[in-house]
Design a protein around this ligand. Sequence first.
Ligand code: PA5
Length: 425
Amino acid sequence: KQIQLDFSKALGTVTPQDMDSRIAAYRERLKDILAAQAGASDVLGWVDPDHCADEALVARIEETAAEIRANAEVFLLIGVGGSNQGARAAIKAFQRDAKPEIVYTGNNLSPVYMKRILERIEGKSVYANVIAKNFATLEPGICFRVIRKQLEAALGEGAAARRIIATGSPNRSSLERLAAAQGYRFFPFPLDIGGRFSVLSAVGLLPIAASGVAIREILRGARDMAQRLRTASLEENPAVQYGVLRNLLLERGFSLEILGYFEPLLEYFSKWWVQLFGESEGKQGTGIFPAACSFSEDLHALGQYIQDGRRMIMETFINLEDPGASVPIPEDPGTEDGFAYLDGKDFAHLNRTAFEATVKAHADGGVPVQILNVPALTPYYMGQLFYFFEYACYISASLLGVNPFDQPGVEAYKTHMFNALGKRE
Ligand code: PA5
């Protein structure tokens, strides 16, 4: 079964003719965008999943992951932005084992958070994976130093080095040099892939494999989606439809997109999506602001604004066709709790009903709604989703006229922070 995009509930705002004529007007541009090949540029390596992760790399990742899984009680993932979001999305959705416990650091500077991590790993068997494309970002760099010093103090330098894995640019980057000097294992952060497009490379795959999740299934899904998106006609290509539609909606004043889902296991996937679209599109005074809602919870929070607030929100729902579990509602004849009308029903049915009711309410309320129908929440379909959104983001940002692959705005806070901290070039 395939992932399907249903945009029929956005067609009150945009007509099918609008879509057809925009695709026709963009035909040559879209063909150029879709003709992009991995290897043809220094930013498009992610376009071909086999270019990101060939068999030799996957085998080496699996071998390292098996060692981690056999020996580690805690696996520290040290990275920020594109260097940790993709792995965290898959791990939080699928990890079933308690061992190793995956702990994320390098993504904030909270002293409380860092102290708690140091206390948490005290006396435990720890492996650490530091991930950075250029290793100048302060947060992962300095958190790695703190972790490294604690591991060295506990184990000695040599034993600590055998438990540290660095993933960085293989071009004599400072992290590669540090790894060589200290004897850390080293995995490549591909030079032609930016952070937020890196989940299907060693950047995402090593931590995901360390958590016990099947990376070959993720890659199989990505490959199948790549094949589909790169061969479909423009009119039937869901990534083109998604990109074109959101650009048309932006022109009509819908400047905020919510990714909505009724499965909380998707929470960190939605954060990956927010980062992908936010950093890729929000520049030069334009772009759609991406946000995420976990329903039902957020129906009792942002739901009010979505339904009744300013009409600037479009919504994209991830609909999991297979709910993943069944929990029948027990009957309770002796108690008047007001819920007898649910006797004999199943939680999966309630969740589906809540989803359908939300789509209807929001669409009727003037929110253009798209639904991404996903057969099931499995590594295979998450691989498809990773690739689908990367490709759709690339198309959408390119049509908007911005460079999807840079993030110049991130430098502003860094400059002030580095100046205040006395960093010299
Ligand atoms: O998507 C991106 O490129 C960014 O979010 C980076 O991943 C993030 O800034 C971290 O960069 P680095 O891996 O160099 O520490």
